[in-house]
Design a protein around this ligand. Structure first.
Ligand SMILES: Cc1cc2nc3c(=O)[nH]c(=O)nc-3n(C[C@H](O)[C@H](O)[C@H](O)COP(=O)(O)OP(=O)(O)OC[C@H]3O[C@@H](n4cnc5c(N)ncnc54)[C@H](O)[C@@H]3O)c2cc1C
Ligand code: SF4
Length: 303
């Protein structure tokens, strides 16, 4: 009897996660000509309808605080992370005596949908912490090695700031900063009097149009996600150009079971995937199960 043997599609690269790191990898590698698969644990995001930039408090259940105020723990119902401090099925530990917590987003763009947009460079000394104070390790590369890449990233994503020659906060390729507000002028005056350095922040927010993205209109709702893409998010600034190359296959609601290398046990020894999960790479998001909800429901910015 004849048998059809299907050969699975082979990719040059498999990228895991579509946030700051994965999104940039997807853009650079696909624009460089490589065929990439991107596995993203969370659901798709559609900024124009999912981001709550223009939503009134009375339009949100419980005015954004969630039942019993519980949504506040995960940044409230307006914000755009779709994540949590603790995610079922994703163990998290901290060192004895430490209660260090690490917020995790599970959605296309990851934490870049709601990060603070403070876009600072490491300083030369940050690459030499062991030499400086004996803690951590020195990096195998220096600030000078990385600096041209900071230049490229800042030029592409758009970061405002001012050149100040502060050794711990190297200058970059900056858009002009917005004008200071009255309160900021007062703080600056007081700092000058006390001889404290006071400079405009460096934020990945456009004060001028960049690559067709509109400049900020100062609504002050960056954490909710910016519908006009005037601040940087991977979901709006990195993933779309990567998809446009035609070389990116993005699979949402998907995780790799395990990278396979010489020291990885054979797949048969891994726990089998439950029947409702796709074969190699699907652990449903605890917040949005892709099987139940292929796109985020209206309250995508809940957590
Ligand atoms: C509230 C908040 C404010 C912040 N503000 C700032 C700031 O102002 N300045 C600053 O520099 N940094 C800030 N950060 C930190 C910054 O957002 C992160 O350092 C950055 O997004 C990390 O990039 P990443 O690619 O490692 O992870 P993320 O951007 O979180 O992306 C990870 C992606 O991988 C997916 N994923 C995770 N595990 C898997 C898996 N097993 N399989 C498939 N997909 C997976 C996730 O769903 C997610 O989409 C902030 C973070 C938070 C939470
Ligand atoms: S970048 Fe500007 S326009 Fe966009 S959410 Fe932030 S303040 Fe509003």
């Amino acid at each position: 009897m004849s048998q059809v043997i299907r050969s699975p599609k082979q990719y040059d690269v498999c990228i895991i996660g579509s946030g700051a790191g994965g999104g940039m990898a997807a853009k650079v590698l696909t624009e460089g000509g490589l065929n990439c698969a991107l596995l993203e644990a969370g659901p798709e995001v559609h900024p124009e309808k999912d981001f709550k930039m223009l939503m009134w408090p009375y339009e949100a259940p419980h005015r954004g605080a969630g039942v019993g105020g519980r949504a506040r723990e995960n940044f409230g119902e307006f914000l755009a992370p779709n994540g949590a401090w603790h995610i079922e099925g994703e163990p998290y530990t901290s060192a004895p005596g430490s209660d260090f917590q690490w917020f995790r987003s599970r959605i296309v763009g990851g934490r870049t949908n709601h990060w603070g947009r403070i876009a600072l460079r490491f300083a030369p000394v940050d690459f030499k912490s062991k030499t400086r104070d004996g803690l951590g390790d020195d990096w195998p590369i220096t600030y000078e090695d990385l600096s041209p890449y900071y230049d490229k990233v800042e030029s592409y994503i758009g970061v405002f700031g001012t050149k100040e020659n502060v050794p711990s906060a190297p200058d970059g390729v900056f858009l002009p900063p917005p004008k200071p507000r009255c309160t900021e002028l007062m703080v600056k005056k007081a700092c000058d009097k006390l001889n404290i350095t006071c400079i405009p922040s460096r934020l990945a927010i456009l004060t001028k149009s960049v690559n067709g993205r509109l400049p900020c209109h100062y609504c002050g709702q960056c954490g909710r996600g910016c519908i006009t893409a005037s601040n940087f998010s991977s979901s709006q600034v990195l993933i779309p150009p990567a998809l446009k190359t035609g070389k990116l296959t993005m699979i949402t609601g998907a995780k790799p079971r395990a990278p396979k290398n010489a020291s990885t046990p054979e797949p048969s020894s891994w726990p089998p995937a439950p029947a409702n999960r796709r074969a190699c790479c699907s652990i449903p998001n605890p917040l949005y199960s892709p099987q139940e909800s292929p796109t985020p429901p209206a309250r995508s910015a809940d957590t």
